[in-house]
Design a protein around this ligand. Structure first.
Ligand SMILES: Nc1ncnc2c1ncn2[C@@H]1O[C@H](COP(=O)(O)OP(=O)(O)OP(=O)(O)O)[C@@H](O)[C@H]1O
Length: 262
């Protein structure tokens, strides 16, 4: 049964930190007989910042493709919130119920200001061709302001996105996702190409963001993952190899065997 939009909204009305927001259960994906995901199961809680790591080809991108509706698995289930069956929905509907994905390469509007980029990204905002700025109500302005604070770009609100640094563009794009009011954000390699200071700021932004959402970060940068200090899931050959905090992961025998050949 397809849920109506308002029913889906109600579903999240009472969600609290620690409630499960995503369940991936027994998911397998094959490409020409090769299993990119192999009976993959894990769950994410609301208010959590989860890091997903794994060697090249471990299945990280395929997992995100499944959650966002780009790839349909052979078997398994993917449930959002209590009961939203993501496998029965297409990509736009999945984005609409509250799952945002940030790809590696930032795609901000270069000739628009930071503020305008956030405004253009606002959920249900169809005013692209109307005068920007003049007709925002105070709730909308507050929302943009809140987002600019979160991503640390408030002082640059009237600067064109084209002049921002690589890191600032990444943050702006995260801000544009936030304007869509997601409940779950999937972020692909957010710190690739960033300066150490930008990496530090990104850890803070994602940590703050996870307090109001759930955030899943796929990343190779171990220093960054350590600095986030949250739960880590290690994927290997399409399944979960280990899960725990960074210390537990680094001392895990199976992980050491796979990564260090011990
Ligand atoms: N469309 C496809 N057709 C065939 N094989 C695919 C396809 N997409 C992914 N694969 C294979 O599935 C496996 C998992 O790929 P995936 O991109 O999910 O890994 P990953 O963990 O994201 O790797 P990376 O860190 O390199 O991005 C790889 O062996 C890949 O070659």
């Amino acid at each position: 049964m397809k849920l109506l939009k308002h029913e889906i909204k109600q579903d999240f009305g009472n969600i609290r930190k620690g409630d499960r927001i995503l369940l991936v259960d027994g998911v397998s994906v094959s490409f020409d007989g090769f299993k990119a995901l192999n009976n993959l199961s894990f769950s994410i809680d609301y208010g959590e910042l989860r890091c997903i790591i794994g060697a090249n080809g471990a299945g990280k991108s395929t997992m995100m493709d499944v959650v966002t509706g780009k790839t349909k698995p052979d078997v398994g289930q993917v449930i959002f919130g209590d009961a939203i069956d993501l496998l029965s929905m297409d990509e736009p509907s999945i984005a609409d119920v509250g799952i945002g994905r940030k790809f590696q390469k930032p795609t901000v509007f270069q000739n628009n200001t930071v503020f305008e980029n956030l405004e253009l990204a606002m959920k249900d905002d169809k005013r692209f061709f109307k005068t920007i700025f003049s007709k925002l109500n105070s709730a909308q302005k507050d929302k943009i302001e809140h987002t600019m604070n979160l991503i640390g770009l408030k002082e640059l609100y009237n600067k064109e996105a084209g002049i921002l640094s690589h890191g600032q563009k990444q943050w702006l794009e995260i801000g544009m996702l936030i304007m869509q009011e997601p409940k779950l954000l999937l972020v692909d390699e957010p710190v690739a190409g960033m300066t150490p200071q930008e990496v530090e700021n990104t850890a803070q932004i994602l940590t703050d963001l996870s307090k109001e959402n759930a955030v899943v970060v796929v990343e190779h940068d171990m220093e960054f993952i350590r600095s986030i200090a949250s739960k880590v899931t290690v994927l290997h050959e399409g399944s979960v190899l280990a899960e725990g905090n960074m210390d537990a992961i680094q001392n895990n025998e199976k992980v050491r065997k796979v990564y260090l050949g011990e």
